[in-house]
Design a protein around this ligand. Structure first.
Ligand code: F0G
Length: 458
């Protein structure tokens, strides 16, 4: 592969504290073998999430100084609104402090007890916000998503036949909104094709159901379309983004992903009456409609970031740097989800540690081993996260046991990634000696954040 350099220079640095294996043994023990409970300063390479962890540019830092902190009608608000309108094309823009606040407002006005909301795959907070108001969140991933090894280019697609069947079965009255998450985070950061977006939009229109896009990683998705879908190789990512949103009635966005914000989000629609009701909730929970949950300076930084994220050189570098890690792992025979997604690398922990039963948490064991080996922090997406049914208290293996290594934007260099690859390689070489884990205490809901673990052989 040709070397693709980071298309930026480093102007300000944040030192990383280096720890020894001995220190990490103590630190992870004190954190009850749950990487969420570590102090961030005790982590060498933090791949827990790509959300809110990006490096802002000198332009964005400069824009912070321009922030107009007027309560109402600030200059920064108009700059933010006009940028969102220009890229996303929606008339009504509602600023929120992050993505889940936009979801909470949207589902609060749209979803009722008994409603059904389909999505290619709901992110946890999307699902949580639908269930919170009594709705049912249904995942309809395409069949190709099941095969971790295939190189199918758009594994994030929705199964549109299943969507039509769901509508036929329940009737459009029960389905207040159809969502599509681009890229499909819970489905491995895999992209959704324009053909699939168009088809979901067509089905929604025929049924008279509003169609919304969860837009968190819209720029990465646009660049995947550019490189993988026929007819887009000469189209600029911003125009692919504009076409994407032209098929939708609205979107929710976490500006903590593809716009480099450390905080921020928004909700969009073309429906003025709906926006009026949403702003009434916004005023109670987030703030006045011209700042939502954000300071003027945040609005400025996001407006800059939204343009930078669509820069082709940045996007090519971004997708190639994730692919770089995935391809090296595949070459070494290490089980990893293929093809490379946008924001993260997903190790297949069940195949990495086949001697550990799913109910002995191979993903968690691998997360702890990567921390012990090299101070790398990542998150289990498997039986710890999804295995417990909070209503019956029954525990079952999740569909997959994955370990997500999410890559913050513009934060780590290729040598950091080489360090990660070497560490995974060393853990791979000694995989037969790694044992399973048990949970010692855990809450009933969202247990992965705070559960305590120990080694089975301890
Ligand atoms: N939708 C998707 C697809 C997400 O990935 C996230 C957040 C949200 C919505 C919620 O946005 O955090 O701004 O409230 N994902 C992060 C992650 C937390 O680590 O994948 P938020």
């Amino acid at each position: 592969m040709k070397t693709i350099i980071e298309p930026f220079r480093i102007k300000m640095v944040e030192p990383i504290k280096l720890t020894t294996r001995e220190e990490r043994e103590r630190l992870i023990r004190e954190a009850h073998y749950n990487p969420f409970l570590l102090r961030a300063e005790d982590v060498i390479i933090d791949l827990l999430t790509d959300s809110g962890t990006s490096a802002m540019s000198s332009d964005a830092w400069g824009a912070l100084m321009r922030g107009d902190e007027s309560y109402a009608g600030a200059r920064s608000w108009y700059r933010f609104r006009d940028t969102v309108r220009d890229i996303f094309g929606f008339e009504q823009v509602i600023p929120t402090h992050q993505g889940r606040a936009a979801e909470h407002i949207l589902f609060g006005v749209m979803v009722k007890p008994g409603s059904i909301v389909p999505n290619n795959t709901h992110f946890d907070t999307t699902r949580g916000n639908i269930e919170f108001v009594g709705g049912e969140a249904v995942d309809l991933p395409c069949a190709e998503a099941d095969d971790l090894d295939s190189d199918y280019p758009f594994k994030g697609n929705m199964d549109t036949a299943a969507l039509e069947q769901l509508i036929a079965e329940h009737g459009p009255q029960k389905i207040p909104v159809i969502m599509l998450t681009i890229t499909n985070n819970s489905g491995g950061g895999q992209p959704v094709s324009m053909a699939n977006i168009r088809e979901v939009s067509r089905i929604a229109k025929v049924a008279g159901i509003p169609f919304y896009i969860d837009a968190c990683r819209f720029a990465e998705n646009s660049n995947f379309i550019k490189h993988r879908e026929d007819g887009y190789s000469d189209t600029a990512p911003i125009d692919i983004a504009r076409e994407t949103f032209s098929y939708a009635d609205g979107c929710t966005m976490s500006a903590k992903k593809d716009s480099f914000g450390n905080i921020g989000g928004f909700l969009c629609t073309n429906d003025a009456e709906l926006a009026h009701r949403e702003r009434n909730i916004l005023i109670m929970t987030e703030g006045f409609p011209t700042y939502g949950g954000l300071a003027g300076r945040d609005l400025e930084a996001i407006a800059v970031g939204l343009r930078e994220t669509l820069d082709e050189n940045y996007l090519d570098y971004r997708l190639l740097s994730t692919r770089y890690v995935v391809e090296h792992l595949r070459e070494a025979g290490i089980p990893v989800m293929a093809p490379a997604g946008g924001h993260a690398v997903y190790l297949d922990a069940r195949r990495f540690l086949p001697h550990i039963e799913p109910l002995q948490y191979p993903g968690q064991a691998l997360a702890v081993e990567l921390y012990l080996e090299a101070g790398i922090r990542c998150v289990e997406i498997g039986t710890v996260m999804f295995g417990l049914d909070p209503h019956t208290d029954e525990e079952r293996p999740a569909r997959l046991d994955l370990l997500r290594l999410a890559i913050p934007r513009r934060v780590y260099t290729q040598s950091h990634m080489d360090y990660v690859l070497e560490a995974i390689g060393r853990v791979w070489d000694r995989r037969d000696g790694i044992g399973g884990m048990r949970i010692t205490t855990a809450p009933q809901f969202l247990r992965h954040f705070t559960a305590h673990f120990e080694w089975l052989d301890s």
